[in-house]
Design a protein around this ligand. Structure first.
Ligand code: ADP
Ligand code: MG
Length: 686
C-alpha cells in the first residue's frame, strides 16, 4: 500500500470513520502512521492492587471498581481535590486529583476503572493524578504494551488502534528515509522506519522511552530541530544578501581615545564581548547581535565604545531606549564621558516642533554623530546621512518590524540589541537561529549581594520601621506600584494613594512621585533631585523599571509584587545594589494573594541570577507570554522541548550549518522540502 492511500481504503475505515478522522487532519495512510501514541499501557503485567505496596514509585497499571468518590477543598493549600477509592478483591488504593473538579461528573461509584500512575506511600498508599479510562472488563489487549492515542470523536480507541496497526503493517516498507545515511550518522539518529515502528509498538517501556528520549524519540526530535534550523538558515541565505560598503577599522589613535574615556577597567567578559562586536563591525555582513548581560553588568559602556568605533570611521550611531528617563540618563552619562568630543543629540516624543526640525537637519546632514532617543528615532521622517550602527537598549521585545524600520534608515546598518531580561539561550536559539549572541556573564568588581524578602501587607508596619532606620542612616528608597506604563488607560489612583500613605507615614522625610504622565522636564527634575539625594523616597510606576542607575538608592520596595512577572521583578531589583550600601528588595503582596503567586515570589526570593530568573519565568508563563504578544513565532515540536533540549538544538544547528556549507543553498532547500514532504517539522513552516 502507498503512503498516499486515502484512509477509507484501509480495512476498518468506512465513510463515517473517514470523515471522523478527517476532522483531525488524518486523510491518508501517512497521516495515520505519523499519528503517535501519547502514552502506553503495559498490560503484560496488570498488577493486583494488593501488591501495589511492593511497586511504589514506579508506574503501574491497575484495574478496579470505584467504591467511593468525593470532591472537597483542602483547607491548607486552598486546592480543589477529587478522591476515589478503587478495589479489585485483593486490595484497595486511593486515587487523588488536584484542581479537576469536573472529574466528579465523570468518575462515579460502581465504575470500572483502568488507571495508570505512580503509587506513593504518603499517609497510606495513593496515586496522584493517574491517567485513567473507564474499563469495560474486556481483556482483548491483555498481555501487550498498548499504545494509547489521543481521542478521536466517533472512532472508539480500540478500533483506532486496529486501524493504525493495519496502516502501519501495510505501509512500513514504503516509508523512505528523507535523511540519507551520512546525515543520520552526523545527527546520531536511527532510521525512520525503525523509529516509527517502535513509537507505535515498543518492545519495552524503558525509562528513556517513557521520558520520550529513547532513540526512537530522538530520531523525531532531531529531525524536527534539524529541519527547523536548516530552514531558518536557508531562508537567511536566500534573503537578498546585503553587504556593507562601510570600511570600519580600529586604529591606534581610536584605541587611545577609548582608553582615555574609560573611567574603569573593563571586565574580562566586557572585553570579550567588545571584541565580538568589533569583528562584526569590521565584517562585510551587517551585524545582528543580541548582547545579554544581567542588570548592572555594564552594557552601556560597551555600546558607547561600539558607537565610537563607527563614529570615528565617519558614520553615525543611534541609541534607542524604551523610556524618556532612560534616554536622559544615557544622554547625561555619555556627555560626561565624551566631554563634547562627539556631537550628541536627544530625540524624544516631547520635543517641540523646532527641536524636531533642528534634530532632523542635524541627522540628515551628518552633523549629529550620536543620537540618543526613544522610538521617536524610528519615525519615518527621521533620516540619517550615514547611520552605521543602531543600538537598542533594554528592549527584549524588540520585534522584527523594528529591525526593518532600522534597516530602512540606512544602507544595512549594524544592529546591536541589548537586554538584561535575557531570552534564555535555548529559546533564543530556537527562535532566532540567525541572531548572534554575546553574553556578559560577569559583574564589575565590588557589587553588593541584594537581600530579597517576601512580606505580606499585614507586615507593612515592620517594613516601614526598617525603612525609617535605613533612611536615618542615609539610604534612599524606591517604592514601586504595579502600574504598567504602556497600558492605554494609565490609572494613577493607586499610585497617588500609595504616595499619600507614604507621606503620612514618613512626615519628616522627603517623598516624591514619578510616572509617565509627567512632562519630560518634570521627570528629569525629579530624577535629578533623587540622584542628588534631595529625595528620600521615590514612589513610582514601572517607568523606573529599566536602566536607572542611582548608586545611593539601596531599598527597592515593590507593592503587590505578585502582579509582576519574574523578569520584571528582577529588573526592578537591579535598581539597587549599585553602590556601597547593603541593599534590599522587599516584595510586598496582599494578604489575599493566592498561595501559588506567593510561592512564585518565594522562588524569586531564592533566585539571584538573571538567567535563572528568566528560565523560571519562561517555564511558568510559557514562551508566548514571556516574550509578549509581539513574537508569537515560537515553534512547536512533537517531542522536543526547546527549554530542556537545548543541547539537541545545538547539535541540530551545527549539523545544519555544516550541511548548508557542504551542499549549498539549492540542495539544502530541496532537503528541507523533502523532509517536510514526509510531514514532519510542520513547525519549520511559517
Ligand atoms: P547595565 O548592563 O544594567 O546597562 P550599566 O551599563 O548601567 O549596566 O552599568 C552599571 C554600572 O556599572 C554603571 O554605573 C557603570 O558605570 C558601572 N560599570 C560598568 N562597567 C564597569 C566596570 N568594568 N568596572 C566598574 N564599573 C563598571
Ligand atoms: Mg542599561
Amino acid at each position: 500500500m502507498k503512503l498516499d492511500t486515502e484512509v477509507q481504503f484501509i480495512k476498518g475505515v468506512g465513510e463515517g470513520r473517514a470523515k471522523a478522522l478527517a476532522a483531525y487532519g488524518i486523510e491518508t495512510a501517512r497521516d495515520l502512521v505519523w499519528f503517535f501514541p501519547f502514552r502506553y499501557e503495559d498490560r503484560r503485567h496488570p498488577l493486583r492492587i494488593g501488591d501495589v505496596g511492593r511497586h511504589l514509585d514506579t508506574p503501574v497499571l491497575l484495574r478496579g471498581k470505584v467504591i467511593s468518590a468525593r470532591a472537597h477543598i483542602s483547607p491548607r493549600k486552598r486546592m480543589r481535590i477529587f478522591e476515589a477509592l478503587i478495589e479489585d478483591g485483593t486490595g484497595g488504593v486511593k486515587l487523588i486529583w488536584f484542581n479537576q473538579p469536573y472529574l466528579a461528573e465523570q468518575i462515579k461509584r460502581g465504575d470500572q476503572l483502568s488507571v495508570y500512575g505512580i503509587p506513593r506511600a504518603d499517609r497510606g498508599i495513593q496515586i496522584e493524578s493517574p491517567d485513567w479510562e473507564k474499563f469495560e472488563g474486556d481483556a482483548g489487549e491483555e498481555g501487550a504494551i498498548v499504545p494509547i492515542y489521543s481521542k478521536i470523536t466517533n472512532v472508539p480507541p480500540k478500533a483506532l488502534r486496529k486501524i493504525i496497526e493495519t496502516a502501519l503493517a501495510q505501509t512500513i516498507d514504503a516509508i523512505e528515509d528523507p535523511l540519507p545515511a551520512p546525515l543520520r550518522e552526523q545527527l546520531g539518529v536511527i532510521g525512520l522506519r525503525e523509529s516509527i515502528a517502535t513509537l507505535h509498538r515498543p518492545a519495552e517501556l524503558t525509562p528513556d522511552f517513557l521520558a520520550q528520549r529513547s532513540p526512537a524519540h530522538l530520531r523525531v526530535i532531531l529531525q524536527e530541530f534539524f529541519t527547523f534550523q536548516l530552514a531558518l538558515r536557508v531562508r537567511r541565505a536566500t534573503e537578498e544578501v546585503k553587504t556593507k560598503s562601510r570600511k570600519i577599522d580600529v586604529s591606534d589613535p581610536l584605541r587611545d581615545e577609548v582608553r582615555r574615556i574609560l573611567p574603569f577597567k573593563l571586565t574580562g567578559a566586557q572585553k570579550r564581548v567588545l571584541r565580538e562586536i568589533a569583528e562584526d563591525l569590521k565584517s562585510e555582513r551587517p551585524m545582528y547581535r543580541l548582547l545579554q548581560g544581567d542588570v548592572g553588568s555594564g552594557k552601556t559602556i560597551i555600546a558607547l565604545i561600539a558607537a565610537m568605533i563607527v563614529i570615528r570611521n565617519g558614520h553615525q550611531a543611534a541609541l534607542l531606549a524604551p523610556t524618556e528617563i532612560l534616554v536622559e540618563q544615557h544622554f547625561q552619562r555619555i556627555r560626561q564621558l565624551l566631554d563634547h568630543s562627539v556631537v550628541t543629540a536627544k530625540a524624544t516624543g516631547s520635543m517641540s516642533a523646532g527641536e524636531r526640525r533642528t534634530l532632523a537637519a542635524g541627522l540628515r546632514e551628518g552633523y549629529i554623530q550620536l543620537a540618543i532617543g526613544t522610538h521617536a528615532l524610528l519615525e519615518e521622517k527621521v533620516k540619517f546621512k550615514s547611520l552605521g550602527l543602531a543600538i537598542v537598549d533594554e528592549q527584549h521585545r524588540f520585534g522584527v518590524e523594528q529591525r526593518q524600520q532600522l534597516f530602512a534608515k540606512a544602507e544595512a546598518p549594524d544592529i546591536l540589541v541589548m537586554t538584561a531580561t535575557p531570552i534564555p539561550r535555548s529559546l533564543a536559539l530556537a527562535m532566532y537561529g540567525d541572531l548572534e549572541l554575546s553574553v556578559i556573564d560577569e559583574l564589575p568588581p565590588g557589587r553588593q549581594r541584594i537581600t530579597t524578602k517576601v512580606r505580606s501587607s499585614a507586615q507593612l508596619e515592620r517594613v516601614y520601621a526598617f525603612i525609617e532606620k535605613e533612611i536615618a542612616d542615609g539610604a534612599q528608597i524606591y517604592v514601586v506600584h504595579p502600574i504598567i506604563e504602556e497600558s492605554e488607560k494609565l490609572n494613577l489612583k493607586p499610585l497617588t494613594a500609595g504616595f499619600e500613605s507614604i507621606q503620612r507615614r514618613f512626615p519628616n522625610r522627603r517623598a516624591a512621585m514619578m510616572h509617565g504622565r509627567m512632562s519630560a522636564a518634570e521627570k528629569e527634575e525629579t530624577m535629578d533631585r533623587f540622584k542628588r539625594g534631595a529625595i528620600d523616597i521615590l514612589v513610582s510606576t514601572t517607568v523606573i523599571e529599566v536602566g536607572i542607575d542611582v548608586p545611593n538608592a539601596s531599598i527597592m520596595m515593590i507593592i503587590d509584587a505578585d502582579r509582576f512577572g519574574l523578569s520584571q521583578l528582577h529588573q526592578l531589583r537591579g535598581r539597587v545594589g549599585r553602590g556601597e550600601r547593603k541593599s534590599y528588595c522587599i516584595l510586598v503582596h496582599d494578604e489575599a494573594a493566592s498561595a501559588d503567586s506567593v510561592d512564585r515570589l518565594r522562588v524569586f526570593e531564592a533566585t539571584r541570577d538573571g538567567f535563572d530568573v528568566a528560565e523560571r519565568d519562561l517555564q511558568m508563563r510559557g514562551p508566548g507570554e514571556f516574550l509578549g504578544t509581539r513574537q508569537s513565532g515560537v515553534p512547536k515540536f512533537r517531542f522536543g522541548n526547546i527549554l530542556k533540549d537545548h543541547d539537541l538544538m545545538e547539535r541540530a544547528r551545527d549539523v545544519a550549518i555544516a550541511v548548508l556549507e557542504r551542499e549549498g543553498t539549492t540542495k539544502a532547500a530541496a532537503l528541507v522540502e523533502s523532509i517536510l514532504g514526509a510531514r514532519l517539522a510542520e513547525a519549520a513552516r511559517d
